[in-house]
Design a protein around this ligand. Structure first.
Ligand code: NAP
Length: 323
């Protein structure tokens, strides 16, 4: 008998077909977060769940007594109660390796757009306000040869470093553990503590997971340490930044600008951010290309099938359950 699985969002057809070849699949039909009560109901008899931006709480786990595999379609898994899964020895996988380059493209786009005022410029032309070439029109900030500070230096942070190198930037990074010497050498990246990184960087880009330790890692104090002509880019998670403090720093030009793909209470965006012209906003589309979404979904399906077959996929994020 095929194991029953539940999928929390529609999947691309090839990924769904692969899953259906080995499992009895039920899916939430809408491309929206499934309400918790419906998720609990849907999970009552499933052995596996492929979860995409829905919250997997302890209550839902309690409602799913047969659950033995959780495949998260994404790298960040702050939506999942890992401790509760660990108590049940349920493995959790993510889709690391499928989306880093695409997300770094988006982060670098935000960096460039904020530095060179791309959104303002586009609006200026469309609004018919462009009358003549002007020497003093819309001065932005140079990106090349500037210092790029990467908070978090995993898959996406390192992909950003490669982009920065292409722009002849000096690369600083901070993480709890220092990267291998070969990685530092290849990417010309210098390890720094957070304070030094914030003080010396012209562009600060955030690439840490959301954890109790990283929540509001960029707060009013951190923003105060940054240069007044610095730009902050956040494609990690909204709550890594204290949004009120950021609004204050942007409004008072304490920092020059920001590029944001993620927000503290998505899809709600702080109303003052909408008003500011020194911030570029995107609706959490870091990994949103057709190719990457198919790669993510296929990897999430393969991870789920492997776990249900009793195998241990490379992308298990809670390996402690195996000890
Ligand atoms: P990753 O490969 O796991 O890298 C995370 C990095 O953060 C590592 O260098 C890690 O190093 C560092 N880190 C963790 N805790 C830290 C702390 N307290 N202080 C300093 N550094 C810390 O993750 P990734 O693939 O680069 O993705 C990063 C995050 O981006 C994800 O967790 C996800 O939330 C977000 N994301 C967003 C989108 C989007 O659509 N906008 C797409 C993909 C991912 P140490 O462990 O050594 O500290």
């Amino acid at each position: 008998m095929k194991p029953k699985v539940f999928v929390t969002r529609p999947l691309p057809a090839p990924a769904l077909e692969l899953l259906a070849s080995a499992c009895e699949v039920r899916s939430y039909a809408e491309d929206a977060a499934i309400p918790a009560s419906q998720l609990a109901q849907a999970c009552c008899d499933v052995e596996g769940i492929l979860i995409n931006s829905a919250r997997l709480s302890e209550e839902i786990l309690l409602a799913a007594p047969r659950l033995r595999a959780v495949s998260n379609c994404g790298v960040g898994y702050d939506n999942i109660d890992v401790a509760a899964c660990n108590r049940r020895r349920i493995p959790i996988t993510n889709t690391a390796g499928s989306l880093e380059e695409t997300t770094a493209d988006l982060a670098f786009m935000l960096l460039l757009a904020a530095a060179r005022r791309a959104i303002e410029a586009d609006r200026y032309v469309r609004d018919g306000r462009w009358q003549r070439w002007q020497w003093g029109l819309m001065h932005g900030l140079d990106v090349h040869h500037k210092t790029l500070g990467l908070v978090g230096f995993g898959g996406i942070g390192q992909a950003m470093a490669r982009r920065g190198r292409g722009f002849s930037m000096r690369i600083l990074y901070c993480a709890r553990r220092r990267a291998a010497e070969s990685v530092e050498r290849e990417l010309h990246a210098e390890h720094a503590d957070l304070e030094t990184l914030l003080r010396e960087s012209d562009y600060v880009s955030l690439h840490v997971p959301l954890t109790p330790e990283t929540r509001h890692i960029i707060d009013g104090r951190a923003l105060h340490v940054m240069k007044s002509n610095a730009i902050l880019v956040n494609t990690a998670r909204g709550s890594v930044v204290d949004e009120d403090a950021l609004v204050e720093a942007l409004s008072s030009r304490k920092i020059a600008g920001a590029g944001l793909d993620v927000f503290e209470s998505e899809p709600h965006v702080h109303p003052n951010l909408i008003e500011l012209d020194n911030v570029v906003l995107a609706p959490h589309i870091g990994s949103a290309t057709g190719e990457t979404r198919l790669r993510m979904a296929t990897l999430a399906v393969k991870n789920l099938l492997a776990m249900l077959a009793g195998e241990r996929p490379a992308n298990v994020v809670n390996p402690e359950i195996y000890s």
